[in-house]
Design a protein around this ligand. Structure first.
Ligand SMILES: [Zn+2]
Length: 321
């Protein structure tokens, strides 16, 4: 089982890290796009949910290791994990993200910078960790998961999370960001800009008002971690916008502008939630876009029972393609 794909942006080595899976309501993932259209492209489970990755991006940078988004973490209840179909247990580490980090050759203490695209639980849940050694009320023992990291997010996003209302509250869980504040580890960002040499953030509002994409640039090459602006490759067409988005018409304009720039310069887009595609290079195709240089997500499913003994039956009858 591999949890990592590796590519370079100029001279920078980058790794996608498989932080686990979750399942979200298919209708909510596609907004106004009717089931008759989206159901031909993705499969639902018995609860009408679709499988989604929780993929993060690691950049080996001369100023220290940069981690973009942190998956869902290890603090939630069994009921929560069932509702969202979460599978992110670590075999070695506290989470699958830690296992993936180890596969890339690093430990949590090696991470120097964490950048959150926004503070929803499936993007910032791994900012903090429950220490299994400590007993009592577990919420009291939540601490930064990356003990040597400075964490970055838009200032407006932290304020928005703290002012959650009935519509937004379920996604913003204070244990994912308040322990970072208590440890004085936030570096709050105000708008677009370069946060480290070659690492920039770009406001892409719509999903939430202060959502940001992260751009990695070196020697004329660019990779963009687009997060919930374009969560999967199925969301590349402009009107395919999640029902979760608070301001879908702002998403539309954020997406139009980013796709235009990405296609003009041939950016590699990294897809946080696509279960099958880790990244691909955007190219114009007529009035739409296509991906080239696609890097498939590593298969994170455990080997089927029997495979190890060589006795696993192989179905050769279905001859697809
Ligand atoms: Zn989100």
């Amino acid at each position: 089982m591999t949890l990592v794909t590796t590519f370079t942006v100029g001279g920078l080595r980058c790794h996608t890290l498989e932080g686990g899976r979750q399942r979200l309501d298919g209708g909510a993932m596609f907004g106004v796009v009717p089931w008759t259209l989206w159901s031909t492209r993705v499969e639902t489970d018995a609860r009408r949910r679709i499988p989604l990755a929780m993929r993060c991006l690691l950049v080996e940078h001369s100023d220290g290791l940069v981690l973009i988004d942190t998956g869902l973490g290890n603090k939630e209840s069994a009921k929560f994990l069932d509702i969202y179909g979460v599978e992110n247990d670590g075999l070695e580490g506290a989470t699958q993200l830690e296992d993936a980090l180890a596969s890339a050759g690093f430990l949590p203490r090696d991470v120097r910078w964490v950048i959150n695209t926004h503070l929803h639980f499936d993007h910032a849940g791994g900012n903090t960790t429950l220490d299994p050694e400590l007993t009592g009320d577990p919420r009291r023992h939540v601490r930064p998961a990356f003990p040597n990291a400075t964490y970055m997010v838009q200032r407006g996003e932290l304020e928005f999370a703290r002012a959650a209302n009935e519509r937004t509250r379920a996604s913003y869980l204070p244990p994912n960001y308040e322990p970072i504040a208590a440890a004085d580890r936030w570096r709050l960002l105000d708008g677009d800009g370069e946060v480290l040499p070659g690492v920039g953030v770009r406001l892409t509002p719509g999903h939430v008002p202060w959502h940001q994409a992260v751009l990695i640039r070196d020697r004329g090459e660019t990779a963009a971690f687009v997060a919930d602006l374009i969560p999967t490759t199925t969301h590349l067409p402009l009107p395919w916008i999640m029902g979760y988005d608070l301001e879908p018409l702002r998403t539309l304009e954020s997406k139009r502008a980013l796709l235009r720039d990405a296609a003009a310069e041939g950016w590699r887009l990294v897809f946080e939630h696509d279960p099958a595609t880790a990244s691909g290079v955007l190219q114009p195709e007529g009035k739409a876009y296509t991906l080239t240089g696609v890097v498939a997500a590593p298969s994170t499913a455990p080997a089927p029972r029997g495979a190890a003994e060589g006795g696993f039956p192989v179905d050769t009858s279905s001859g697809r393609g």
